[in-house]
Design a protein. Sequence first.
Length: 738
Amino acid sequence: MPLSKFQPLLNEMTLTEKIAQLVQLAAPFFKGSKDEGQITGPLAGLGLSQQTVKDAGSVLGTSGAEEVIRIQKAHLQENRHGIPLLFMADIVHGYKTIFPVPIAIGCSFDLELAEKSAEIAAKEAAVSGLHVTFAPMADLVRDPRWGRVMETTGEDPYLNSEFARAFVRGFQGQNLSLESSRVAACVKHFAAYGAAEGGRDYNTVNMSERELRESYLPAYKAALDEGAEMVMTSFNTVDGIPATGNKNLMRDLLRDEWQFDGILISDWGAVKELIPHGVAKDEKEAARKAIEAGVDIEIMSACYALNLENLVLEGTINEALIDEAVLRIFTLKDKLGLFENPYRAADPEEEKKVVLSDENRVYARTLAEKSCVLLKNDGLLPLNVSKKVALIGPFSTSGDILGPWSWMGSKDEAVTLYEAMKTRLSHPNLITAQGCEIHTGSEEQLAKAIEAATNADIILLALGEASEMSGEAGSRTSIQLPQVQLELIKELKKVNKPMAAVLFNGRPLDLHVIVENTDAILEAWFPGTEGGSAIANLLFGDSSPSAKLTMSFPYSVGQVPVYYNCYNTGRPKDAVDAQERYVSQYLDSPNEPLFPFGFGLSYTTFHYENPSLSSSVMNENDTIEISVKVTNTGDASAEEIVQLYIQDVSGEVVRPLKELKAFQKIFLQPGQSEQVTFQLIEEQLRYYHSNLNFESDPGNFHVYIGGNSRDTLSLSFELRKKMEGKINDNSNSIKISN
Ligand code: GLC
């Protein structure tokens, strides 16, 4: 490593001081915090010395510019070398202006708006004193039982990669050193956290290195290619070794193969969790394994603080490991300009203007409108303002629409569905009834709901999961709405009025009961601060829903995992010569999901025709063009997300039935047509072979193009390659590119 400009400072520091730089603690540990000294629970037992706190390198979770300024000022008065603190927090889908949860943003397929949402989040966070956000979360997911699916953009490696890039661009801008309204991005959770067995959070992850590289790693790599400054380790094991102590994953792959030289930070307590994982007998061994794996900062456990010095003094680890970690931390502090201006963009007066501004709310509303997925509509939507609407359900007036990881957002600042509906329908055309709570209900609530429904022309249900039913540690074995809500639907069905449902949830749900009993379904996810306004705009047709699912919705949890980019198996159920029974199927359920990846309805219809290829043969350096004519055949103007998939018909290993390779958003007036064209090159056909070489094979490919992953037009082409002598040339293996 070239001699750092911080080498002189490093030489001045004691080993104790250097180790303290690797420690991150919550704000209450620090002088000047609004909750100074309020250390409770497991944190109280960390056993940290006051000196460690005084010399700590970074702070987790602060509440605004004033607090940051107080903590930084107090710290600099006591830190012997005047080394500034780094302030970090989870700004995942907004700081105080809360945007839709990332699974919803993914459904927008709108990379520009995703980037803008991160830019706004960064601006609000930076003026509030923060320097780093623990985002984007780039974990691929295929299991809706897992609570953190709400934090990802879904089940496709390519789409997740594109969104990871967009979020990093928004958070970091072009140059962190020049743009103090941006924050450093920390891509997480490295790696494959979303593949927890059983969808149970923190559970074991088992998969081949080939599958890891093929499906789970691309989005992290994309975030790093886009310049993400940090990586956060995941809680799970990867091939039997917890990520936080996994040298193969962190040293060999992340540092050596990917050449990542930024900060690697543990997840909360993950260093100490090497003990319950069963790979460290005590905190000293946990500290050794984590530092040897290259973890630079330990969050919220004290293994480093209490053991690294002894490990160095007794010669078990080389002090150089400490030095390299400190230098990485100094490099980021320097990039953020903190040595010159430790307060960076923190400005309490400016904070009042920037945070939750009307302009930011407009973007939040726009993105929320583009993130709600219309799953069913038998003509009931858009609503007619002359009709009397009974708004019924636990989310009618609820502000719990920000979703998990919205800790700085306020439910009181959220626009509820009822508040938004009131601006559209004046009394008596809008009546409301709670109907039930999230999990419980009463006869009285039900009676009032039935009365409201009876006196209305249309029933509008507002149902869903409380935000704590997803998010971290929010895994569920059932993916249905709580039973009381399903009962409410069935009881209101008896009133025999047109009925629409708006859903607020953090995961794909088993919606078959709702599909059977309603005339329209709008999946709103957790739409954020402006959620109610966005939903009302869609319900009354100011704009048409345009979002498409980025994660499959199963018929039942029994199908899980069910995802579009699956393999065909040797006994595909729909093969022309398929036997009646002995095929890959369930006796009690279809194989396909209830709603597939890429699916979403509109207030209009789109017709796809005349697909064409510029050539039926692709040579290695060719670009072939795929074109299709799309026509708005309905009577509403709307956006359509045109999707391009491929299938490698015969690979060296089995290949997915479909792989998303491109998409385009178009806007068409009624009757308008557009020729949509995509380019495809050989690089997009590459995959990991059994020897981990990342390359394409000559042969036949299908191309599928349409408005979702199921209903597509198909074409075929052949890839031809000069077949040089095939050597096991590792030079082109193990590189990840998207
Ligand atoms: C949590 C989460 C992680 C978050 C970290 C700091 O446990 O797993 O996503 O960034 O702690 O809050």
